[in-house]
Design a protein around this ligand. Structure first.
Ligand SMILES: C[S@@+](CC[C@H](N)C(=O)[O-])C[C@H]1O[C@@H](n2cnc3c(N)ncnc32)[C@H](O)[C@@H]1O
Length: 228
């Protein structure tokens, strides 16, 4: 399987995204997917800022949303190889929203959500600059009204959300409320330590199947309700 990550190139120093970043700190990366080419605007110094904030030592969440993580890139690649035309798709913790953009490019009706305002601004901007129709909404897993209001979804996407933070219990409670029948949840994960326990808990309500991706550490876990 070709790697979406290998087609991911940074060429930086491009015009601003109009979001909460200095325009001169915004770069653009290109991802080539089967559904088309996506130019992704993102803050250039996200990893520096994340390390400077020392992974939330002072209680503030670092801007994890601002980095295009391998899980998001690989999930976009998996989505772009599926027929999602006409499907209603929700993304949780979307960050820059590459999987959402791939799904929308493939003909899905997509709502991209995150709790970080910067993520939503960049997601909306990226949709516009690529001519892709995408809805964005704030959704914190502890107060997920925007996601629950649209349920049931045909497909719920989430990439690199199973890391150590205070909202994993809320996320575990939320997922079964979002799908029914043939609806599925696809979670891409880069072998983060909390993932195994989280997925074991999900097995109480879902069957979980796992597929490899082109990235050696990233897998996509597909959850489907067992009671439907
Ligand atoms: C590691 S980043 C992954 C971003 C993107 N999905 C990717 O793969 O590039 C985790 C994302 O989850 C979001 N997030 C963390 N806690 C959240 C919560 N309680 N509710 C909603 N989003 C949350 C963060 O804002 C961030 O965008």
């Amino acid at each position: 399987m070709p790697s979406a990550t290998s087609g991911f190139t940074l060429y930086g120093d491009a015009p601003g995204a109009g979001a909460d970043a200095d325009p001169h700190d915004v770069g653009h990366s290109v991802v080539e997917l089967p559904t088309g080419r996506i130019e992704l605007a993102h803050p250039l110094d996200a990893l520096d800022r994340i390390y400077r904030l020392n992974f939330g030592k002072d209680g503030t969440e670092p801007p994890y949303w601002a980095q295009p993580w391998p899980s998001g890139i690989e999930l976009a690649s998996v989505v772009a190889r599926r027929d999602v035309g006409g499907a209603r798709v929700l993304e949780l913790g979307c960050g820059l929203a590459l999987p959402s953009l791939a799904a929308a490019q493939g003909g899905a009706r997509v709502l991209a959500t995150d709790h970080a305002p910067g993520a939503l601004a960049f997601a909306a901007h990226n949709a516009e600059r690529n001519g892709i129709r995408l809805e964005v909404a704030r959704c914190d897993w502890s107060d997920p009204w925007s996601a629950v209001a649209g349920a049931p979804w045909d497909l719920v996407l989430a990439a690199d959300v199973l890391y150590d933070h205070g909202s994993l219990v809320a996320l575990a409670d939320l997922l079964p409320q979002l799908v029914r029948g043939t609806g599925e949840v696809w979670i891409a994960d880069q072998d983060r330590p909390p993932a195994r326990e989280f997925l074991d808990a999900c097995r109480q309500w879902a069957t979980v199947s796992t597929i490899d991706t082109a990235h050696p550490e990233v897998r996509v876990h597909r959850l489907r309700r067992r009671d439907c």
